[in-house]
Design a protein around this ligand. Sequence first.
Ligand code: GTP
Ligand code: MG
Length: 209
Amino acid sequence: MAFGRSKRGASKATPAEPVTLKLLVAGGFGVGKTTLVGSVSEIKPLRTEETLTEAGRPVDDTAGVESKSTTTVAMDFGRITINDGLVLYLFGTPGQDRFWFLWDELAQGALGAVVLVDTRRLEDSFAGIDYFERRSIPFTVAVNHFDGAEVYPPDAIREALDLDAEVPVLVCDARRRESVRDVLVSVVEHAMRRAVAAQQTEPRPAPAR
Ligand SMILES: Nc1nc2c(ncn2[C@@H]2O[C@H](COP(=O)(O)OP(=O)(O)OP(=O)(O)O)[C@@H](O)[C@H]2O)c(=O)[nH]1
Ligand SMILES: [Mg+2]
């Protein structure tokens, strides 16, 4: 399940290298993915932002995020150390449909994902949710609470998005480090629970005669 270890074959005397896991940050256009990666990353996040132009208006659906001036065209990348034993690498997806072709590449080796949701544009998250459900990639739904957006209880969001009972639903603020950290920890815990459950239901090898 581990994405990798920073140093393979280190001698036993050295402290264990942390486990590194890859997580995706997905969700509709302008929902705050780049903001989320930027607010928790301890390295300068890699961004691939391009300016939204007049020429792009017919293609770029900016309804609800009219103040947005740039958009991600490839990915965001950041890193966060959760504790001595665990480092997360975050890959933010581009939000617009015309970049769907990048998703399979970005999803390779991902342990889990965050689907960031704006309650004013709930339907924009359907495609991301479907994507992870179809591939059995564990995900947490994080509602990014924008100023002025109505606050719904997590259970109402769960119902509206038709989520399985095991999928964590949290409300977050993509601009706040602690809030985002909680979301990321939730993804890791959910993925761990899933892995343990899968192990328990796996058929045991027949005892040797
Ligand atoms: N009020 C408020 N504004 C936010 C929040 N998160 C992001 N924003 C703003 O929303 C806008 C969109 O944020 P981005 O992080 O670029 O969104 P994105 O999902 O990466 O967008 P694309 O890559 O184009 O799909 C920016 O202007 C942010 O400053 C939030 O939690 N609250
Ligand atoms: Mg972005």
